[in-house]
Ligand binder design. Structure first.
Ligand code: UD1
Length: 370
């Protein structure tokens, strides 16, 4: 019996592991491998709110995790250390043959490091992405996780090149496509049936969606002020929906900035997976600082303005619908106005973003395990 443990921790992990879990189940059942392969899920609890975690398990039809570490919030050192201590106990008692981690959150580096130190093979899905900005905690997590993983699955060509340039042997790198897009492709029909836009009094094509949660944008009051001015200016010509991440909510509440704003500015709690992407799909434009949303908008052909100086996902700018405007809210305003006036690129879907990445990954991993 071969045992594999996949790790989820924070919101952007759930849609990446869901298709992997489904692919394992499909392959195990189609090939009668029930006695030979066991795929388990460990949730570190880095994100724990109903709306940041449980809602995603429901929307993505993920099974209840086999292990829940309940780590919660904390400083970076606390979070990483607490995950490592708790995950090590699971690894020692379960003795898996492989650990799968995704993305770039603190749970990713914590669990990969714990597994490697116990001599357990690690597969990193969404490897090789680089923003080249070491002030981003995620960039440190990416570099470290990639440098110790045994199987590196990349979503775009830049990932392949970055890893080769860092000296990773090419035998360890697999260009397989994008598991997050597997989820999106799979759930698009359900999203089209979702009515959240009606509940929020919106019309298809007549509103924009905003998400901002990066520490560099939302941790200082002066930046938040600039962002609120930007959103208020945009709200003069279009409805603006802003589902607020807990980090941003905390700082906005402290700043007292969200009083007396335009009725066109609609703030909501974090939304579920289907609700959020159904809103994006019907929107005219997205303004974000997220990594994953740059990819989802490219796949859906929705223009995206990214309020960051860099992106670890350059393919979304090169051939997708994404525009990088730096951390300058004036530039962001100009680009948004241009797009709202109808001037934007149509974009193409990147190579291998075809809904089958998880299948490819699981095929490769099962082959290597034997
Ligand atoms: C984390 C990831 C980031 C990812 C983001 C998506 C790291 C280093 N960062 O950042 O890459 O883009 O998740 O959401 O791993 N909080 C709640 N409820 C929750 C979770 C968090 O209220 O369920 C609050 C906490 O009090 C915390 C704040 O939100 O202070 C931020 O959470 P944290 O997990 O530290 O980082 P994120 O900013 O969410």
């Amino acid at each position: 019996m071969k045992k594999i443990i996949s790790v989820v921790g924070a919101r952007p992990n759930f849609m990446k592991i869901a298709p992997v879990d489904k692919a394992f189940n499909r392959i195990i059942s189609n090939n009668g491998l029930k006695e030979e392969i066991k795929h388990l899920i460990c949730h570190t609890g880095q994100h724990y709110d109903e709306k940041m975690s449980k809602a995603f398990f429901v929307d993505l039809q993920l099974p209840k995790p086999d292990f829940y570490l309940g780590i919660g919030s904390g400083t970076h050192a606390e979070q990483v250390a607490n995950v490592m201590i708790a995950f090590e106990k699971i690894l020692i008692s379960e003795k898996p043959d492989m650990v799968i981690v995704v993305g770039d959150v603190n749970s990713t580096i914590a669990c990969s490091m714990t597994a490697v130190k116990l001599g357990i093979k690690v597969a990193h899905i969404e490897a090789g992405l680089r923003s080249r900005d070491r002030a981003m905690p995620e960039e440190i997590n990416r570099i470290l996780t990639d440098s110790i993983s045994d199987y590196l699955f990349v979503t775009e060509k830049s990932g392949y090149e970055n890893l080769l340039n860092e000296g990773v042997p090419k035998e360890k790198i697999y260009f397989v496509g994008n598991v997050m897009i597997d989820s999106l492709a799979n759930y698009l029909p359900k999203m089209d049936n979702n009515n959240i836009y009606k509940e929020l009094n919106l019309e298809t094509g007549n509103y924009m969606v905003v998400t901002l949660h990066r520490p560099s944008n939302v941790d200082s009051i002066s930046n938040l002020e600039k962002i609120i001015i930007l959103l208020s200016k945009l709200a003069a010509s279009i409805k603006v929906v802003f589902p607020i991440h807990p980090r941003t909510r905390k700082n906005l509440d402290l700043s007292g900035l969200i009083n007396e704003l335009s009725p066109n500015l609609i703030f909501t709690d974090p939304l579920g997976y289907l609700e959020f992407n159904s809103l994006v799909r019907r929107s005219r434009l997205v303004l974000t600082d997220s990594g994953g949303i740059q990819e989802e908008t490219t796949y859906m052909g929705v223009p995206c303005v990214t309020l960051r100086n860099n992106t670890e996902r350059p393919i979304t700018v090169e051939i997708g619908t994404n525009y990088l405007v730096g951390d300058n809210t004036e530039n962001a305003f100009e680009k948004c106005v241009e797009i709202l006036d109808g001037n934007f690129k149509k974009g193409e879907i990147p190579e291998l973003w075809d809904g089958k990445a998880a299948e490819r990954i699981v095929d490769i991993l099962l082959d290597r395990l034997n």
